[in-house]
Structure formats: C-alpha cells, structure tokens
Design a protein around this ligand. Structure first.
Ligand SMILES: CC1=C(/C=C/C(C)=C/C=C/C(C)=C/C=O)C(C)(C)CCC1
Ligand SMILES: [Fe+2]
Length: 547
C-alpha cells in the first residue's frame, strides 16, 4: 500500500507512447489532464497525510488511436522551497512545518501572530480548472497555479485574494455554457465578518471593457452568505448548481479559527482544527441566481459530511440535489499515511459508508400548509421536506446507493435533469476497487473491476453529436498493486460499460484525485506529437473542457 500511497513517484517529463490494446474510437482525440499527490517525503521529512503530497500533474494525449503519457511535478513555491531546503518547510493540510529551525518559540509565535490568517500553501494538488483559455492547478487555499496543459509546466501563481476577499476556495468550480466559472470561497473574519462568497470569473473580458485586461480583473461577487458563526465557518469541498439556483450546504464539519490561529505555536496541523459536531444541523442554503439572494426559508437536515455534490436540478417547483454523504468525518481521518500501510485493511475502515442521497427542497412555500406536512409532491423521489413549527423546513433525503465516491456526470446535464452517475465504488475502506455506472431511474448499476486494480475517478467524454446522456466513453487512470501489471488508461463504452481499449504505460503512476478532458480541435495540433508541441502554445487549439 505504501507503494501506492506513500512512495515518491518519478516524473515522466518526456512523453512516452503507451501500448494500446483494443480499439480507441477514432473520434476520441484530446487530452486527459489530471492532478493528485505524488511526493510524500522530502529529504528525511515525511508528510503525515495523503492530501499533503506535492502535486503531480499527468496527462494522457489521445491522438489517432495512440496514447502518449507524461507527468510533471507542479513547480509551486511550496515545491521549490521544500526541494531547496531538502525538507518540508511549508505546512499542508495534515502537516505543520517550521521554515526556520533556528528561531525560538517566541519569535515563531510573534511571526505567526502578526498575521492571524497564515499565508497558505500553493501546492495545488486537487483539481484542474479552466478559466477562459487558461488552465490552473487548484487546491482549497487562496492560491491557484496556471499551467501549460501541453508541457505541464508551471506558470504564474494567482492569489484569489487580489480579486475577491476569500481565504479559502473550492477546487470544484462550476462552468456555465459560455465557460464562465462559478466558484465559492470563505472569507474569514474580514471586516468583523465571516462569510461564504460565491463569485464568478468570466471566460472572456466583457466587450465594453478595456481589451487586453485579464478576466481575473472582472471577477465579481455573485452573492455572500453570512456564516452562522464568526469563528467557526463550515468546511465544504464542493457545491451544487441548477439552472436558476446555487445549493450550498453549511455543514457541522467546521474550521475552528481560534485553533487555526494558534496551530503554529501549538505545533498541530490545520487538519486538527477541523471538527465534526454530530449534534448540530446541516443548513441548506438555496441562492436564486436571478436575484443573487438566498431564498429566505430556513431549510435544514441532520448532521452529515459531504465532500462531493453530484448534481442538482429543478423539477415541479422543487430543487432535487444529489450528494455523497457520510455520517461523520472519518474519510479525512483515514488518509493519514500511518494508516495506509501494510495493515491498511484493519487500520482504514470507514466508520460510515459514503452514500448517495437525494434531497428535495420546495421552491414555493404554501403559507397555508399545515405544520408537520410534507411539502414535496414530486413523484420521482421519496425525499421529504416537512414544515416545522417555526416556519423552518426539515429535509430528509432518499437513500439511493451505498458505497460510492468521486462522482462524475455527463457535464452537459449539469444543473439539469439527468440519469447517470459514474463513480468509484468505495465500501468500508477508502480504496476504490471498481468503477460504477449508477442509473438513477432504474436504480441499477453496471460495474467494471479487475484483480489488483485501483481505478481513479471515472471521467465521461461524450461522442460528438451524442443524443443519449450515456453516449460516450469513460476514461480512468488505473494503478495496480501487482508489480507485474503496468498502470493503464482504461477506456470504457459508457453505455454498456464494456472495455473498448486500454493504454498501458511503463511508468510509476500515482493515484490521482481529479481532472478534466481537453478535446482537440482538429487543427494543426492534431498532427504533432506531444514532444514537438510548443511551450507557449499553452491551451491554443483546445475547446472547452469536458468537466
Ligand atoms: C492546506 C489547507 C487546507 C487544505 C485542504 C485540502 C488539501 C483538502 C483536500 C481534500 C480532498 C482531496 C478531498 C477529497 O475528497 C484547508 C483545510 C482547506 C484549510 C487550511 C489550509
Ligand atoms: Fe474532490
């Protein structure tokens, strides 16, 4: 297990050609670009948590039935400082680091307290985001790093705080049809307030504005939601959108700001400043995108922890939204590298299985509805929303499926009615062993799995001109625990879930987190092998990503 989780992976800067078996559909041309942690020790020092690892970008370029693989560490300031010092000098989620070992505890405390909210890491290891024509590696702090998707080189560092007052931001933004980015972040104790900020980054600079300025300068705050508590805002990893609304869960999995402000002098990690309050409620905020204001009714449900929203949409005066939910925060607990060792089967049992839950929220409140009545009249779900005595609404979900994580959908259905979820199967251990296609309509599933194979998040790529929601392929990077079996890019037919092709590469591949597919436009870039592609062409010749 240490082999897969803990061991530093070698980067493969020059593209290597994969051995393809089966047949890759001729229309499938482009690049699967993904991100995840690849290095967990620097010199003699070791990170504590899998989410701390230094970001390793990798890409599979698919061209005319061939696949080329390459990988490169993100040259973040964090990476450079660590490599130069030959030890971990920047704090990550589960590891607190001390840059200067000569300073005594008092100067440490002084340097720390002089900036209450610390300067977080730019080790952007979680996802890839597309803004306009540019691509960025992302994490959950205020920093993102621009990258060249072709060469995987690291470009400028962008500080969200220059454009919008957020200290943290999600690595799961949404995109509208024009490619504008909608994301959320948390503004901590700014002007005496802690709030959740929804913001929009335009894909292009508006016509009437000065040409040549960056879209970042046109980032606008869409809506702010005050945190229920100044010093303990909720932690969230993603949010949902429908055609007209945003769904935000203020869950009782919270960041303790006072603990964070003293973490450095106490010698504890950021992770230890997160706590789950099982006795609290989860508040469901619904923001109307037309008025840019939250719907006034107070919707709530029981305590839960959600990392991934799957999708949300409007139906018959309701919002239906699907999430992968846990009863507690045991998921983050499990990824401590100390648990991911030889005995991980015993050490890494989740105390709650990730379950797919569907919630229903009524958009129009019938003033005459009786207290205690269910306001959901939609036939397609058993989820309920019961009017409370205080004019609050208590929502109870429908449990759809147990044991899945890393959900993806056909993004053309994002915010709209949809039927299929593609995800990894995860039971009581955090290790994915199979890929699932879950059919919400028939509540049935199709699976792909193979001995000793660990699949990554499955990504859906539609066939050009597709009519059916599942008309396309599934791409997943597979690593194996069997040293005899090379890692490979798996290509499944999304309808039947049968294997179309696999492209095996003789490299050390890491288990990754998230990414996107960049379709080739069919221009000159199609005919050039990856090695010859120019550095400064960055994202030219690419279309919108399949998110
Ligand atoms: C560094 C840092 C953070 C990092 C969080 C990370 C890196 C989370 C990764 C989550 C993943 C990969 C979830 C998958 O489901 C916080 C806690 C936001 C705040 C403090 C500074
Ligand atoms: Fe995620």
């Amino acid at each position: 297990m240490d082999l897969i989780f803990g061991r530093n992976k070698k980067e493969q800067v020059e593209p290597v050609r994969a051995k393809v078996t089966g047949k890759i559909p001729t229309w499938l041309q482009g690049m699967l670009l993904r991100n995840g942690p690849g290095m967990h020790t620097v010199g003699e020092t070791r990170y504590n948590h899998w989410f701390d690892g230094l970001a390793l970008l990798h890409s599979f370029t698919i061209r005319d039935g061939e696949v080329y693989y390459r990988s490169k560490y993100l040259r973040s300031d964090t990476y450079s400082a660590n490599i130069e010092a030959n030890r971990i000098v920047v704090s990550e989620f589960g590891t607190m680091a001390y840059p200067d070992p000569c300073k005594n505890i008092f100067s440490k405390a002084f340097s720390y307290l002089s900036h209450t909210i610390p300067d977080f890491t730019d080790n952007c290891l979680i996802n890839i985001m597309k803004c306009g024509e540019d691509f960025y590696a992302t994490t959950e702090t205020n920093y993102i790093r621009k990258i060249n998707p072709q060469t995987l080189e690291t470009l400028e560092k962008v500080d969200y705080r220059k454009y919008v007052a957020v200290n943290l931001a999600t690595s799961h933004p949404h995109y509208d049809e024009a490619g504008n980015v909608l994301n959320m972040g948390t503004s901590i104790v700014d002007k005496g307030k802690t709030k959740y900020v929804i913001f929009k980054i335009p894909a292009t600079v508006p016509e009437d504005k000065k040409k040549g300025t960056s879209p970042w300068k046109h980032t606008e705050v869409f809506c702010s939601i005050p945190s229920r508590s100044l010093l303990s805002p909720s932690y969230y990893h993603s949010f949902g959108v429908t055609e007209n609304y945003v769904v935000f869960l203020e869950q009782p999995f919270k960041l303790d700001i006072l603990k964070m402000a003293t973490a450095y002098i106490r010698g504890v990690s950021w992770a230890s400043c997160l706590s789950f309050h099982g006795e609290d409620k989860t508040y469901i905020h619904i923001i109307d995108q037309r008025t840019r204001k939250p719907v006034p009714t107070k919707f709530y449900t029981d305590a839960m922890v959600v990392f991934h929203h799957v999708n949300a949409y409007e139906e018959d005066g309701c919002i239906l939204f699907d999430v992968i939910a846990y009863e507690d925060n045991s998921l983050y607990q499990l990824f401590y590298l100390a648990n991911l060792n030889q005995d991980f089967e015993e050490n890494s049992r989740l105390t709650s299985v990730p379950t797919l839950r569907r919630f229903a929220v009524p958009l129009h409140m019938d003033k005459n509805a009786e207290v205690g009545s269910n306001l959901i009249k939609v036939a397609s779900t058993t989820a309920t929303a019961v009017k409370d005595k205080d004019d609050e609404v208590y929502c109870q979900p429908e449990l759809l499926y147990e044991g899945l994580e890393l959900p993806r959908i056909n993004y053309a259905h994002n915010g709209k009615p949809y039927r299929y979820i593609f995800s990894a199967e995860v039971q009581w251990s955090p290790i994915p062993t199979k890929i699932i296609k879950y059919d919400i309509l028939t509540k049935s599933s199709l699976k792909w799995g193979e001995a000793s194979c660990w699949p990554a998040e499955p990504l859906f790529v539609p066939t050009p001109g597709a009519k059916d929601e599942d008309d396309g392929v599934i791409l997943s990077a597979i690593v194996s625990t069997d040293p005899q079996k090379l890692p490979f890019l798996l290509i499944l037919d999304a309808k039947s879930f049968t294997e179309l092709a696999r492209a095996s590469v003789d490299v050390e591949m890491h288990l990754d987190l998230h990414g996107l597919f960049i379709p080739a436009t069919g221009g000159a870039s199609r005919t050039q092998p990856p090695a010859e592609q120019q550095r400064d062409r960055a994202s030219h010749g690419q279309e919108a990503p399949q998110n």
